[in-house]
Design a protein around this ligand. Sequence first.
Ligand SMILES: [Zn+2]
Length: 76
Amino acid sequence: MNLTLPSSEPDPVASCRDCLGIAVTRANARSVGDYSKASDANVDLRVHLREGHGEAGSADADRLTDGELRSTVRAE
Ligand SMILES: [Zn+2]
């Protein structure tokens, strides 16, 4: 375990292959210092959690994701 980023990162659902795939991509990207790719993986995971697991109201999903995308771009 290597928690180098803030706790705002989404957590993968352990039993979901899609979540784990994204989490592995994120971990690999971070391990080589590719934080841009790691951020992309976080966005992918958030979208997947909302669309695949319904962790947020679906009515707000597009707007929230859009805002998170923008703040991710700004942070880079
Ligand atoms: Zn999942």
